[in-house]
Design a protein around this ligand. Structure first.
Ligand SMILES: [Mn+2]
Length: 472
């Protein structure tokens, strides 16, 4: 933070992307250049080929972009591309579809191709309001698609779906809110339905399965982006540790975290930031973030920066006073021990559920010892969620939950939540603690990508003594 402020003061051009210094250590193997981090067309082409390689013979896959979602009146929600569609095309525009053929096809007019992107046509008038469109030339030149066509030609396009053994699609999403008009996603879906209405060969299961199996193994370029998203998220956790003081509100802690995200080039949050203090630590997906924090409260900060479409997911639990109470220390140590057991089981060949089983065993044992539960299976009263999910383009990323493989990135995030009124000594009430790290499965075992954010009681209390620029 301090370095960045000085940098800003002394460099009049610091707002240029190339000039931004992210303070990333070399040992993390992260580049310093925002634009250099962009995925190039070859990444998406490789993904399309990998999909094609996994498709059955004589099949065709059809994937639609996400619809625009209306917020109110003429204002839409921030657009978010469908991750599968993005993974295969790199296109962030709505109103598009990609058709991928297993084998090269021959169409009228000597057109031979194994992929066609349908997208919105360039429209100067509209682009003034809603931003630039890539158009069919851009789709070929920038995204490297073999063939691109405008949406309006979809219905006329000579594609006999009945000649394929299998048409692989995701259930087309019907929540298209825009007024149906030529060239939009609604029109594309209707045209597609018309063309395929008599088919019995539509398969809704195969495509999600293939794409999950591909997306759960991260490539080098994906790991690079995940490292960056996670690094930025750890920076935010650290700044929050320094800045957090009694009488701050949950939304002010959220503002600090999200400031650090954007300062470092993360475009979005990967999910609504969970900043839950006191009794709100016991609400798993809390994101109201309105409460004023007191020195008696714990604060759960479950956050993730999204960087070039890849999201982090890191949770820390902090004592607002800067010091954990004796009861909080006991529960914290137990969650930490469970998390370590989970991380230790993140090894190639282990079942996806191995970290959860390991963490659950430790928590059950510990809660029994503390007298908080009387039977081992009561553990689910206070630890009611899973320990792991894949991480990538989605915070709860696509994956098959089979065996752990090289290149998987998963979270390990056990927790204990004891709401007021629980069937145990009231001294435990309103203690909610979750610790979450992001783990890369490597040949040498688990690598904690979020290691930079202090995790032990001693490390956290020490960091909370440090000065923050937000104190002024
Ligand atoms: Mn998570």
């Amino acid at each position: 933070m301090k370095n960045w402020v000085l940098f800003l003061l002394f460099s009049p051009f610091s707002f240029c992307a190339q000039e931004v210094n992210y303070h990333l250590p070399i040992e993390q193997n992260i580049t310093n250049e925002y634009d250099n981090d962009l995925l190039d067309a070859s990444f998406f082409a490789k993904n399309r080929q990998a999909l094609r390689d996994s498709m059955p013979n004589n099949s065709v896959a059809v994937i639609f972009s996400n619809p625009i979602r209306n917020r109110s009146n003429d204002i839409n929600y921030e657009y978010h591309q469908d991750p599968n569609f993005y993974y295969l095309t790199g296109l962030r525009e709505p109103h598009a579809a990609i058709i991928i053929y297993k084998e090269e096809q021959e169409f009228k007019g000597n057109l031979k191709t194994n992929e066609i992107l349908f997208l919105q046509k360039k429209d100067k008038k509209n682009e003034v309001w809603a931003g630039k469109r890539i158009g069919i030339i851009g789709a070929k030149e920038e995204l490297g698609l073999a063939t691109a066509m405008e949406n309006e030609s979809f219905l006329m396009f000579d594609n006999e779906y009945s000649k394929f053994d299998k048409v692989l699609i995701f259930e087309p999403r019907e929540d298209v809110t825009n007024t149906p008009e030529k060239g939009d996603l609604y029109g594309l879906l209707q045209s597609f339905k018309l063309k395929t209405q008599d088919l019995t060969t539509i398969d809704l299961h195969k495509l999600p399965h293939i794409l999950a199996s591909l997306r759960q193994i991260k490539t080098e370029e994906e790991i690079r982006l995940l490292r960056k998203a996670i690094y930025i998220t750890c920076e935010a956790q650290i700044e929050l540790m320094k800045a957090l003081k009694p009488n701050m509100t949950e939304y002010q802690s959220e503002a600090i975290v999200e400031y650090i995200f954007k300062k470092n080039g993360a475009e979005y949050t990967g999910f609504p930031s969970i900043m839950g203090g006191g009794e709100n630590t016991c609400i798993i997906h809390y994101n109201t973030n309105r409460k004023k924090l007191t020195e008696k409260n714990l604060l759960i900060s479950d956050i993730g920066a999204e960087y070039h479409s890849y999201t982090a997911d890191v949770t820390r639990t902090l004592p607002v006073s800067g010091k954990f109470s004796e009861e909080e220390k006991l529960i914290y140590s137990l969650v930490l021990k469970a998390q370590q057991a989970g991380i230790d089981s993140c090894k190639v060949g282990n079942k996806f559920w191995a970290p959860h089983d390991a963490a659950t065993r430790v928590i059950a044992e510990g809660l029994l010892k503390l007298g908080i539960i009387k039977k081992r299976y009561h553990v689910q009263k206070y630890f009611m969620h899973g320990t792991s999910h894949y991480l990538g383009l989605d915070v709860h990323d696509a994956g098959l939950n089979n065996e752990l493989e090289l290149g998987n990135v998963i979270t390990v995030e056990p927790g204990i939540y004891i709401p007021e009124g629980s069937d145990c000594d009231p001294k435990w009430w309103n203690i909610g603690i979750r610790i979450e790290d992001d783990i890369l499965i490597t040949p040498l075992g688990p690598e904690i990508l979020s290691e930079k954010a202090p995790r032990t009681i001693e490390e956290i209390e020490a960091m909370m003594k440090e000065e923050s620029n937000f104190h002024n």
